[in-house]
Ligand binder design. Sequence first.
Ligand code: SF4
Ligand code: SF4
Length: 82
Amino acid sequence: ALTITDECINCDVCEPACPNGAITMGIEIYEIDPGKCTECVGHFDEPQCQMLCPVECIPLDPLHVESRETLLRKYERLTAAK
Ligand code: SF4
Ligand code: SF4
């Protein structure tokens, strides 16, 4: 999963771009739900939020490092649940 750092300026660009609905407004800044972020695997070649963020504050989450296989399984789980 990716994560949003406190450099976030709440510009609102990333939230609608997430194919998994993993981004929501938190108490002060936007947040990513690691249970829903597939790093865009299954939907796009590149993480959409990371591509669009104007201040580049969306790095890989060191607490949620996942292989492509794991991300793909998450994608399959999320789409099956819909
Ligand atoms: Fe959503 Fe993709 Fe960003 Fe993860 S990397 S939060 S799935 S847009
Ligand atoms: Fe914050 Fe970047 Fe998302 Fe804008 S695009 S709300 S700065 S994380």
